[in-house]
Design a protein around this ligand. Structure first.
Ligand code: BGC
Length: 745
């Protein structure tokens, strides 16, 4: 954008959307016309009555103080002789309620817009139309909108000229980096439920992120009010207390003519929609549609097997990603958070990158993470971090490590070194941050940590698990340092200093946290603080937990000769806990991988097939269509685990799909970008068959197997030029390059 004139309305009614308008004429000799637009808030641009572009919720969310994206649209075919350009802007993330302490007006008090229309005419000249004080501002039919608090569209509202635009504060602009946010799918309601309380509730059959569109004709001034929920309560009534401060309706006021409604500046997370107000006697289901909104990402991973609940689990992982990859990786799409939690993003990143092509999506968010990194190298729990205002001190192991884990994972999956070169400084600074905290250079024993978030081994009501937060912190310190070394080496840098640092961290980890090859049960009390709502005091955390051992094994913090005893200990902890996991956000991401890496696929499958909570299939058996935040979100008796931390669309535990692709179907990369692979499926009779396809940057890889009485048939498709080591159950191995390969064992 050549000229960046930001404009605002002379008056602004809190929560409303306003329309910035410009009339212009054109002589028709246009070769090319491009519209560049952005705003503080969320905008919708239209030219001569038609929406410009396919994107919604533009300009998306970034760390607005550092940068706001602008979009560029080819509008050549939309220009006529007499033209009306309208840029309507609602409050969105920047102005409305958003953030951990439900902040308001975080980036400004009123919405503003900036645009430039660039027209190249046949005579070779370029003409510009820029936002300036000649633009007129009108009220709109959207009289209220808020990310957390719904939207009110009033088709009877008088559209009034407010006046000429005023100059507004400018923000740094960048061309769009992220993936387009688009309306991806449309779901019809499956049924209308009349609940025991007599509520009228539409069931869309799938927990989604997006909004409800409605076609309706009624009397002028009639109202429709829609409330959103993810689950019904144990009696079958509508429930959305878990939305906390975001349990607000969307309201449509009818014009008297046939109306089409949908929100423009907000989105909701829901499966059920309660018709709080509905003016017509007959509810025609075909007039409602759920529109699924998320960032545009090409689907690249597919998995299917012969066990319906596992297919549902996989479906839930995919929908967890769709629901939470709306411009930033959000923890959940419904309650008063929807924030870019760094820990959630890092544990799920590998799965995300196999499921979908997330290069653009993460490239943008990593840019914000870099921009917001503290001068001391700190990375906070949430990005954009302004939304975590008041919680800034919460810099936690396993969360801040998004700075190293995500760039490295993206490099690994896509063989794109730009993820390393762009983020190398951030990775270094994060490692230096950990190195400089507290008196111990090679241990991380200070600060605040979320720990093994939502693990239940410290008691069912605790928000933080029993694993020592110091141990977790030092594990991630080691892991991040190792990734930094690998990244630097991939970039051709001398990493010997950081290699020594890594070796020292591992050495000190083993001295401090381990004894005779096992983690110490009781650890010295340190200064680490965890989240207040946890039953185990900070000084009561332990070294011998499922999470601790899984982390030690997976991140290689033990000697090879110690692995057997550790895996036996992990197995006995699992058995003692009823063949179940007791892990939270950090342990769950690695426990199946750790078991399989040690050859204990049997035990990994035991956890995978477990139906009692904590387990993945527990939520499936309780009707989940996305991944739950808490293992016990709905308890056996149908009551809810808690009101305030109980999302039913939280993708973190969906990281299990990494194990499904990599172990059940056995597609493992042994080189970046799947240039070399290992195909080592581990079949299980209860699955009957399994098949998986990955569209990688090296080509399409397929792996499938099927039980055939007592034998198993395997089939692999390997892209040309890709070397694969095939390793079948029973010990047969072979090296092949490209092509289709069949085996029976
Ligand atoms: C979020 C999580 C996040 C956590 C930090 C929660 O409120 O929803 O997903 O990682 O806080 O512990």
């Amino acid at each position: 954008m050549r000229v960046q004139n930001w404009i605002k309305s002379p008056e602004y009614a809190e929560g409303a959307a306003v329309a910035f308008t410009k009339n212009f004429t054109s002589d028709g000799s246009i070769v090319r016309a491009t519209l560049h637009v952005s705003c503080l808030g969320i905008y919708k641009a239209s030219l001569n009555g038609k929406k410009v572009g396919r994107q919604v919720l533009t300009p998306g969310i970034t760390s607005y103080d550092h940068r706001i994206q602008y979009q560029s649209y080819d509008v050549t075919d939309m220009i006529k002789r007499e033209n009306l350009l309208i840029i309507s802007v609602g409050p969105g993330w920047a102005i409305g309620h958003y953030g951990l302490i439900r902040s308001y007006n975080m980036w400004g008090k009123d919405v503003s817009a900036v645009a430039e229309l660039e027209i190249i005419t046949a005579d070779g000249n370029t003409h510009y139309i820029n936002t300036d004080q000649s633009w007129q501002v009108y009220t709109t039919e959207v009289t209220y909108s808020d990310i957390y608090r719904g939207e009110k569209v009033d088709k009877t509202a008088e559209i009034r000229l407010i006046g000429n635009a005023l100059e507004a504060k400018s923000f740094p602009l960048v061309p769009q980096i992220g993936a387009d946010i688009i309306e991806n799918e449309i779901l019809p309601p499956l049924e209308l439920i009349i609940t025991p309380k007599g509520e009228r509730v539409l069931d869309f059959g799938q927990n989604i992120t997006g909004y409800v569109a409605l076609n309706i004709k009624g009397r002028r001034g009639d109202r429709v009010a829609l409330s959103f929920g993810e689950v019904l309560d144990k009696d079958g009534n509508f429930y959305n207390e878990n939305y906390r401060n975001a349990a607000y309706p969307v309201i449509y006021i009818l014009s008297g003519e046939p109306d089409c409604f949908k929100p423009t500046y907000s989105f909701q997370g829901f499966r059920y929609v309660r018709l709080d107000e509905y003016p017509l006697d007959c509810i025609d289901l075909s007039s409602f549609k759920a529109i699924v909104v998320h960032s545009d990402m090409e689907r690249t991973g597919y998995f299917e097997c012969g066990c319906a609940p596992i297919n549902q689990l996989y479906h839930n992982v995919i929908w967890g990603q769709k629901g939470n990859f709306l411009d930033i990786p959000t923890d959940c799409p419904q309650r008063d958070e929807r924030l870019g939690w760094t820990g959630d993003a890092q544990v799920f990143c590998k799965t995300a990158a196999i499921n979908f092509d997330v290069r653009k999506f993460f490239k943008k968010w990593l840019g914000d993470l870099r921009a917001e990194q503290g001068a001391d190298g700190s990375i906070t729990g949430v990005c954009p971090e302004k939304c975590a205002y008041g919680f800034k001190t919460r810099i936690s192991a396993g969360w801040g490590d998004a700075a190293t884990i995500i760039p490295y994972t993206l490099y690994e999956v896509y063989n794109d070194k730009s993820f390393l070169s762009e983020n190398f400084d951030m990775m270094c600074k994060w490692v230096e941050y950990m190195r400089s905290t507290g008196p111990e250079e090679f241990l991380w024993l200070t600060g605040f940590h979320y720990g093994d978030w939502l693990a239940i081994d410290a008691g069912e009501d605790s928000y933080v698990g029993a694993t020592s937060a110091d141990l977790i912190a030092t594990v991630f310190y080691a892991h991040s340092t190792r990734l930094l070394v690998k990244s630097g080496e991939a970039l051709g840098k001398d990493m010997s200093e950081y290699r020594r640092l890594y070796e020292n961290i591992v050495k000190r980890f083993r001295e401090y946290f381990m004894e005779n090859g096992m983690p110490r049960e009781r650890l010295p009390y340190t200064e680490i603080k965890t989240y207040p709502k946890s039953t185990a005091g900070d000084n009561e955390r332990r070294g011998v937990t499922q999470t601790a051992i899984a982390l030690i094994l997976h991140f290689d913090l033990c000697l090879p000769e110690e692995r057997d005893a550790l895996i036996d200990k992990l197995a006995s902890l699992i058995h003692e806990f009823g063949d179940r996991m007791s892990t939270g956000f950090l342990g769950t991401a690695y426990i199946l991988l750790a078991l399989s890496e040690c050859g204990r696929h049997d035990l990994a499958y035991t956890l995978f097939f477990q139906r009692q909570s904590p387990s993945w299939l527990y939520s499936v058996e309780h009707g989940a269509t996305t991944i739950w935040e808490h293992w016990n979100g709905v308890k056996e008796d149908g009551s809810f685990w808690s009101v305030d931390m109980n999302s039913f669309n939280h993708y973190a535990y969906g990281s299990v799909a990494e194990w499904m692709y990599g172990v059940i179907c056995g597609i493992q990369q042994t080189d970046v970008g799947y240039k070399q692979i290992r195909l080592a499926p581990i079949p299980h009779r209860d699955l009957g068959y399994a098949k998986c396809k990955l569209k990688t940057v090296s080509g399409e890889i397929e792996s499938s197997w099927k039980y055939n009485n007592d034998s198993i048939d395997f089939e692999f498709t390997i892209p040309d030029g890709v070397n694969a080591e095939i390793a079948l159950p029973g010990g047969y191995t072979e090296r092949v390059c490209g092509g289709k390969h069949y085996y029976t064992v």
